[in-house]
Structures are given as C-alpha cells and as structure tokens.
Design a protein around this ligand. Sequence first.
Ligand SMILES: [Ca+2]
Ligand SMILES: [Ca+2]
Length: 228
Amino acid sequence: MSAVAHIDEYKTGFFNSDEYRGAMSWNGWEANNLMRNEGPGADGIPRFSDVALALGSIREGDARGVAVADYDNDGDLDMAINHNPGDNDILERRKAAFFRNRIGETRSWLAVDLLGTRSNRDAVGAVVTIEAAGERQLRLRTAGSSFASQHSQRLYFGLGEHSRVDRLTVRWPSGQVDEFTDLEARRLARITEGGGIEILSLAGASLEGASDAAEPVAAEPVAAVAAP
Ligand SMILES: [Ca+2]
Ligand SMILES: [Ca+2]
C-alpha cells in the first residue's frame, strides 16, 4: 500500500501516528527531482541543484517513468512523465505530462546519432566525448533508463554560447575509435562506425549563428584507429 497515495489523509498527519509508523511502505508520491549540473566545486567534485520546483516539473501526480528526448526536433531535450493511477484513481493525477524545453532555444548544441557496424547497430556502450572552448563533455549510449521508459537514442551536448566543437571522439564497443575536428554547432552529426560522418540540420531547429545553409555536408574522419 502506498500510504501517501491517500493524500488528504496524509495531510492530516494520520499516517504519522505510532499506529502506522514502520508498518507500511512509504513509496509513492515523492516529489520529482530535476537536477541541474552546476559544474565542479572548489574540490573538483560536481555540484547539482534541484530545479524541479522552479521549472514546474513537480506535479501532484505519482510519477512513474520519465523519457527524455528532443520530441520537437529543435536541438534541446524535452521530457515526458507518466503517472501511476495509484489507488485513488483521480483522473487529473493520472495524466501524462509533457515538458517542452524553451530555455534551450537560446543556447547552442550538438546532436549525435550513432550507427554501429562492427559493434551492435544501436551503438549501445559507445562513448562520445566532445571538446569545445577548452571544456570536455562525455555521453554514454545506453539502452535503458527510467521505469518502463527509454530515453532518445540520440545524444545531445549543450554548448552554451559556443558555435563550434573543436573535437569529437567516438569510442565504439568494438574498440574502434573515430575522431572528427572542427564541427559546426546546432547540427546533427550522424556517425557510422569506421564509415565517416554526415552533418545534417534538424527540422525544428534554428540555425542562428551558423555560417552555412541547411543542406547536409559530407565529411570524412580525420583519424580512425583500428580495433586491436
Ligand atoms: Ca526540443
Ligand atoms: Ca525547445
């Protein structure tokens, strides 16, 4: 039983009485968290702030499963959250919620699609590292995430005000390493294992700050290291 699913009784403090404390599960109805990476502190360890309340992703429903993807194909990550009906069955609390990212539209980004050849086709286990303006970021291609949910297979890097990526490296599960340099931001890089890179635009994205048109531009790997 989810004690807190009976939200009205919960508010009375009824479930905090000695009669119930320790005798039931308290799972369900916890507040959602949305953690913003604040960068490393003075000790080098990254700090995170919970911005769920500020950005409106705390809701009354009993959230079960989140899927993060660029649903509107504009270069920033949006979010869908499903809610468990629980045992109160209130329609308003059961509805799924969709959070469209508007903040990201003023920032720069790079999206990366991976196609494995020697590795698995979905490139699960591949690690992509980018360097831009002296900062490095890393993304790991995974196959599962939240409860009964799956995030987008496409990887996204936030670039702030930067208009270019100096270096992008893909380490494939096979051991293959593909490396590319000097990529335009606000683009989708479609990379085939050992087979090069295509630079594409996203249908919903602004190309502001970009110097060329929305036509795909072919490019070749600047370095490819064979698997051992
Ligand atoms: Ca988006
Ligand atoms: Ca957006």
